[in-house]
Design a protein around this ligand. Sequence first.
Ligand code: ADP
Ligand code: MG
Length: 267
Amino acid sequence: MARIFCVANQKGGVGKTTTTVNLAAGLARIGQRVLAVDLDPQGNATMGSGCDKRALQTTVYDVLLETATVAEARQRLPAVGYDLLGANRELAGAEVELVDLERRHLRLKQALATVDADYDVVLIDCPPSLSLLTLNGLCSAHGVVVPMQCEYFALEGLSDLVNTIKQVHANLNPSLQIIGLLRVMFDPRITLQQQVSEQLKAHFGDKVFDTVIPRNVRLAEAPSYGLPGVVFDPASKGAQAFVEFAGEMVRRLADLRTAPVGTPVAS
Ligand code: ADP
Ligand code: MG
């Protein structure tokens, strides 16, 4: 059975897409069968996986509107080691088109169920909003991975996301949990970042992943080559951190399997 995770944070530019594509590539590297789902109309995860969003005939948009199955819409990407359900600007219209349709928040969940046997892990790159698209992601998932920068307003911004996750957990998807908070773009030389990092650990305890992703220029350069950093420059500090993170995720997955269903989300 595939374990399904959203990479979510309602802020833009915090590292969601970088986390999605590099965790996907890192997991693939350690032998997991991975599907990445681009749920952001910007299509950055699509481009960053080496897939030209403008050339895509079928995308997650078609899947949400049920004009294509996941099996029809997914792309096999041997260069990066995982499969991709891509997105492009068309997806921005889905929000409006889904509004009057039944099961509008469950479209992705039902679609992913049809490829459950094909993957060990499904990673969903969410848009920077708590929209119907993100809701489709949260209703599909067993857990949420929250990338965040250790900046002054980091904790404040988190409360909306945590509240949304709690509401989805209570009303729509009882198996949803926060898997963990991932510190990204971390620069240990900056005292404030160290302080916020300590605050995060004090507040969220072991929900903070042990792995820290450093600020690393190779991770930022990789998308312009259509590759995750893990594939573009495996020796770079950023790539190594993501492969380490993939290992930590696999260990947490093992814990998840043994945890009782409906373990409450962190406060
Ligand atoms: P989001 O998907 O949340 O909008 P992105 O993953 O696109 O965020 O990241 C925002 C920007 O920061 C991108 O230009 C990306 O290349 C860069 N970036 C992300 N993570 C790192 C990192 N660890 N080191 C350096 N640059 C990074
Ligand atoms: Mg993004």
